[in-house]
Design a protein around this ligand. Structure first.
Ligand SMILES: Cc1cc2nc3c(=O)[nH]c(=O)nc-3n(C[C@H](O)[C@H](O)[C@H](O)COP(=O)(O)OP(=O)(O)OC[C@H]3O[C@@H](n4cnc5c(N)ncnc54)[C@H](O)[C@@H]3O)c2cc1C
Length: 466
């Protein structure tokens, strides 16, 4: 990066907030994918004005700008694949206001998701979206990816809680979308355009969130099944009975195999699937709701049911779910983790399709996830050192995505597209739809400054370099 650009950056944010040191560049060169790309500079910002000035500078010099929260993204969204400036938003981490009369909160983008949840819960309020990364992901990153989580079955995803945004556009202007009101139909709904745009259309510098009253009580259950079909049919039967639990998480036999012995809850060999079901609301109603659910799923090969009667027992159940990701990574660091989504009634069909793919290509596929909203985390356990595996995994991933799309699903439910799924965008979206999205990007970001190379496959001429 040219010396004069570094000097300008120092002028904007101060010497201590700009780094071109290798150690800082390496620290900001990766996310939760296995990929790594070095930036030319790392800049820590603390105000919207600084963000705006940096983006204007980047436009003058045609340098890519990569907004970055905690770097926990699963699809390469924050990676500087063409170098440039990694713009770190974690120091903009103030909860500016919690409004108990209007049930809203104003936050900076670097606030950690779980921190906001803890603060609002202290006063009886609730911010439901709960990605498993909530203890370290930022709300800005959640907005950019439209993050989900187990509770989204009942409460919806991040986009359902964003009322308004302050955004720095790809050309450096500061704009405001939506507001503090629940209703607002003044002009286009720009808030929805930015949520889930993966840092390609604007940098979120302030967020107005909707809060709801905290549910008075909850009841957590762990149900073991003798077959995956039993668990999948149970999900369809619960939803079919018009009951929406707070969470409806499932683990298949291969997942259970990876965590057996690691959880304090025994999971015997004949346990082929697990559902973690939680209901919340009025304490008077919870027992009846739980009993109704258990009676609905009884015919489907249930082996054992554990109902938590204390917060500690509920935590013990959730620990089973939380150890899944790290355990799978331990068993196979090369695993490919995708997050396809299908209409929830199609979960049993999708599971059968995954079993068939696993058998056909002789590769273990481990599945778990948010069955209640049809969002399945598909983990293809490969050894990339095996001859021909790179080519084989491409074919397997295509088959997995094809199966989801054929069931009227989509290739991502909550992790986004980033770099890792860009080449699969045309599965489920026609050419005209993709071109429409690209025209929005080109109109808002004519020099392709903001997070280039994400979501869409790039033409060689589209890349900008520092
Ligand atoms: C163990 C683990 C569990 C996870 N579980 C879930 C889960 O249950 N549900 C789920 O949805 N996701 C999950 N994720 C994925 C990830 O945590 C989410 O996508 C999260 O929203 C990313 O937040 P972040 O702050 O880490 O963003 P980053 O990874 O830093 O960035 C993600 C994207 O957002 C953009 N971005 C970041 N901040 C801003 C901003 N202020 N303005 C504009 N763009 C911005 C970046 O450019 C990038 O494209 C998980 C990840 C891990 C590692």
């Amino acid at each position: 990066m040219k010396k004069e650009v570094v000097e300008k950056l120092v002028e904007i944010v101060g010497k201590e907030n700009v780094s071109t040191q290798s150690a800082d560049k390496i620290t900001h060169s990766y996310d939760a994918t296995q990929e790594q790309h070095l930036p030319d500079a790392v800049v820590y910002v603390s105000s919207v004005q600084e963000v705006s000035l940096i983006v204007k500078l980047a436009n003058q010099h045609k340098i890519p700008v990569l907004p970055r929260g905690a770097g926990t993204g699963f699809t390469g969204g924050s990676l500087p694949i063409h170098g440039g400036i990694v713009l770190v938003l974690t120091r903009m981490d103030k909860i500016l206001d919690i409004d108990e009369e209007n049930l809203t909160a104003e936050v900076e983008p670097g606030v950690i998701t779980a921190e906001l949840q803890r603060q609002v819960e202290k006063i009886g309020l609730f911010y439901p979206p709960d990605p498993a990364s909530k203890e370290f992901s930022t709300l800005g990153g959640n907005v950019a990816e439209c993050a989900g989580g187990p509770r989204c079955v009942k409460y919806g995803v991040t986009k359902d809680y964003i009322l308004g945004l302050e955004v720095v556009t790809p050309t450096g202007d500061i704009i405001h979308t939506g507001g503090k009101t629940l209703k607002n139909v003044v002009g286009y709904d720009l808030t929805k355009l930015f949520v889930g745009s993966e840092g390609t259309l604007g940098i979120v510098t302030q967020i107005t969130l909707k809060l709801i009253p905290k549910p008075a009580a909850k009841k957590t259950m762990l149900v073991q099944f003798a077959s995956i079909d039993g668990a999948a049919q149970s999900v369809s039967a619960i939803i079919g009975a018009k009951i929406i639990p707070t969470t409806l998480e499932f683990l298949d036999a291969a997942t259970i195999g990876c965590i057996r012995g690691k959880s304090s809850i025994p999971l015997p060999e004949n346990c082929q699937a697990v559902l973690i079901i939680e209901v919340d609301g009025d304490p008077q109603m919870l027992d009846a709701q739980a009993e109704l659910i258990l009676s609905i799923i009884k015919p489907f090969n249930v082996l054992d049911t554990r109902i938590a009667s204390t917060e500690e027992e509920s935590e013990e159940i959730w620990k089973v779910r939380r150890i899944v990701s790290p355990s799978l990574r331990q068993v196979n660091p090369d695993k490919f983790n995708e997050d396809i989504v299908v209409p929830r009634s199609k979960v049993p069909d999708m599971i059968r399709a995954l079993e068939a793919i696993s058998k056909k290509y002789n590769v273990p596929i481990v599945n778990f996830g948010h069955a209640g909203d049809g969002n399945i985390h598909v983990n293809v356990m490969v050894d990339l050192k095996e001859d021909g595996m790179e080519e084989k995994i491409e074919i397997i991933m295509e088959k997995v995505f094809e199966a989801a799309v054929n069931l009227r699903g989509a290739i991502s439910g909550e992790h986004g597209i980033g770099t890792s799924k860009a080449k699969y965008m045309s599965m489920g979206l026609n050419r005209a739809t993709i071109e429409y999205m690209q025209r929005i990007k080109a109109a808002l970001d004519p020099l392709n400054i903001l997070n280039p190379g994400k979501i869409f496959i790039e033409e060689p001429s589209q890349s900008v370099k520092g």
